[in-house]
Ligand binder design. Structure first.
Ligand SMILES: [Zn+2]
Length: 391
């Protein structure tokens, strides 16, 4: 077999080229760094060694020696803010802004950073005022995003909607998902204040912004239920199945209670067992199990739980099966079953939790906006079992 040796030449040539390029870079770097004070490198060294306190001292010295170094001020300000020393960050950025010779672009940058300092410090009024001053220019989009964050924290949903729309006109990606949620927040407030017409209006707007918004459908059902329109409420909640079946756990209990109120509990159980069959999740099963036990007896409930376990085995399902067996078992089997349940309970110390798919924040309650990362609709509407407490 003939071998082509020509390509072996490529390796030394590439090596030589790389060496020359590196020499050139090094030369350029050396000539640039000759102008920098020694404290700068000391600061850099401390930073690389993860000694931010000493790094800051060194950089402050550079800033004193060479007050022209605007970039260094920004770096220092950000370092302070990241460490939670917001008052120092504010001083650095205010100091920059007080310079008469600061170019307009750097002024916008300093204003933006100052706004971020205020935001981090929780001084929302001052942050808002600062970001509002950035109507145009390179930092306008970032400032609007920060304003949206502020209005969300303040739960000022009308302003949140206006700001999100403004962001879209400025070229940001679609915020329909968030806007629909803001309308849902307003609808929920209206519902609490017993203003059903306003709630309905907001929910229509929510679905107009995002037809996939399940929360608006659930809330429309709540508005109907509050008005005593049980049939209409059921129709809305049942729509969740077509819209996004993974959200059914959020309506299972409401649906069952309403069927009960109408004196048609058996119909409700029928529907719930269909859901358990089609979308096996513990959260729907939990509700179905209780009502099946009440209406059809323990054996029927047991059969439902067993069928579910065969589809997707899990510890919560195992607990339920053991409980059902224990109810009818005799001693000493009864005590053995109790022992097994205790063991499983120890392995799953924490209850199943809702988990944010964005930041991993785990919570007992379901949230439409994650308390950890403030993302909307980042929680899967099903609780997830921790694998084990010991792993
Ligand atoms: Zn999150």
């Amino acid at each position: 077999m003939d071998l082509d040796f020509w390509w072996l030449l490529v390796i030394p040539v590439a090596f030589a080229l790389g060496w020359m390029a590196a020499r050139y870079d090094l030369k350029a770097l050396l000539s640039e760094s000759a102008n920098l004070p020694r404290s700068y490198f000391r600061g850099l060294n401390f930073l690389l060694n993860e000694q931010p306190d000493k790094a800051i001292d060194a950089f402050i010295e550079v800033a004193k020696l060479d007050p022209e170094t605007v970039e260094l001020h920004f770096a220092l300000g950000n370092l302070f803010r990241r460490r939670g020393e917001t008052d120092r960050a504010i001083r650095v950025h205010q100091n920059l802004l007080s310079r008469a010779d600061l170019p307009a672009s750097e002024r916008d940058h300093a204003l933006y950073e100052l706004g971020q300092d205020f935001l981090k410090a929780g001084l929302l009024d001052r942050a808002e005022e600062t970001f509002r001053a950035l109507e145009a220019g390179d930092y306008a989009l970032g400032a609007q995003r920060a304003l949206l964050t502020i209005y969300e924290i303040e739960k000022d949903w009308n302003r949140s909607i206006d700001t999100a729309r403004k962001l879209e006109t400025m070229g940001a990606a679609s915020l329909d998902l968030e806007i629909a949620q803001f309308h849902c927040e307003l609808a929920q407030e209206a519902l609490q204040q017993k203003k059903p017409d306003e709630a309905r209006r907001q929910l229509d707007l929510a679905l107009k912004a995002n037809a996939q918004n399940v929360r608006a459908t659930i809330l429309t059902g709540d508005v109907e239920a509050a008005a005593g329109h049980h049939e209409a409420a059921l129709a809305q909640w049942r729509r969740v199945e077509e819209q996004n079946a993974s959200y059914l756990p959020l309506v299972a209990e409401k649906v069952m209670k309403t069927y009960e109120a109408l004196g048609r509990a058996e119909e409700g159980v029928q529907l719930l067992t269909t859901w358990v069959d089609r979308y096996p999740t513990n959260d729907v099963l939990d509700v179905a199990y209780r009502y099946v036990e009440n209406l059809r007896g323990l054996d029927a409930a047991h059969a439902l739980a067993r069928a579910q376990m065969q589809k997707s085995p899990n510890l919560a399902g195992m607990m339920r099966l053991l409980e059902a067996q224990q109810a009818t078992a005799e001693e000493p089997r009864k005590s053995e079953l109790e022992l097994m349940r205790t063991l499983i309970r120890q392995r799953t110390k924490n209850l199943p939790r809702y988990t944010c798919q964005n930041c991993g924040f785990r919570a007992r309650l379901f949230y439409w906006q994650c308390p950890g990362c403030s993302g909307w609709e980042t929680y899967a509407p099903r609780r997830v079992e921790p694998i084990t407490a010991s792993s």
